[in-house]
Design a protein around this ligand. Structure first.
Ligand SMILES: C[S@@+](CC[C@H](N)C(=O)[O-])C[C@H]1O[C@@H](n2cnc3c(N)ncnc32)[C@H](O)[C@@H]1O
Length: 194
């Protein structure tokens, strides 16, 4: 990663932490991936030479920039979904400012609706949105991650363990996926298609 982008991301993350700390309601927070998780995720995209990457839950675009930088290196494209138009608008400003407009396709939509109808595959999916919906998303995620080596990364599996318990049980029970939980950032579930 270029030093200029790293400096941008460091300032962006610091500003976001200050913003979130000042909020009284969780829904108003940006709730970005921890930088350690973002670092690992971007490394995995590069290691896999992933070209088709999906982020579910754009927020204001912090993880989006990490993923965009990685897919630029692999010659791929990042697709990112956000249900809240105002958040997507903020994220788009950051994507444009950081020079990644050509590397990212941004969409305002409900992730569940998108997943139900999307007809192609992804190499890597970051799931970082409404945790109550994850078990319902699983059949569609299985379909979109049907190629061996495809990777699902889910954030907050330790910070919000109760909310994702059923989902993790579902993934772990699936013999077509090999998975592990890493104590990094807020806790990451990694699951790869075998
Ligand atoms: C934890 S934040 C994402 C953080 C972001 N990945 C990052 O690291 O910068 C979750 C986001 O998911 C969005 N979201 C919630 N439900 C959604 C849905 N059904 N479809 C798409 N986005 C959704 C929220 O509006 C919120 O911005």
């Amino acid at each position: 990663m270029e030093a200029k982008l790293k400096a941008y991301l460091d300032q962006f993350y610091a500003d976001n932490c200050a913003h979130d700390a000042a909020q009284t309601e969780r829904i108003a927070c940006w709730r970005n991936l921890h930088p350690d998780s973002a670092t690992l995720l971007a490394l995995l995209v590069r290691a896999k030479q992933a070209r088709k990457v999906l982020e579910i839950g754009t927020s204001n675009g912090y993880a989006t920039l990490w993923l965009a930088d990685a897919v630029r290196d692999t010659g791929g494209l990042l697709h990112t979904l956000e249900i809240d138009k105002a958040r997507q608008k903020v994220a788009k400003q950051h994507v444009d400012e950081a020079g990644f407009a050509d590397d990212v396709r941004m969409e305002v939509c409900d992730a569940g609706e998108f997943l139900r109808t999307y007809p192609k595959y992804y190499d890597v999916v970051l799931l970082d949105a409404d945790r109550s919906q994850y078990t319902a998303y699983w059949p569609d995620l299985q379909r979109l991650l049907a190629k061996p080596g495809s990777l699902l990364v889910v954030d907050n599996v330790l910070s919000h363990a109760n909310e994702v318990r059923d989902f993790i049980t579902q993934v772990e029970a699936d013999k077509n996926f090999s998975s592990t939980v890493l104590d990094i950032g807020s806790g990451l579930l990694l699951a790869t298609r075998t």
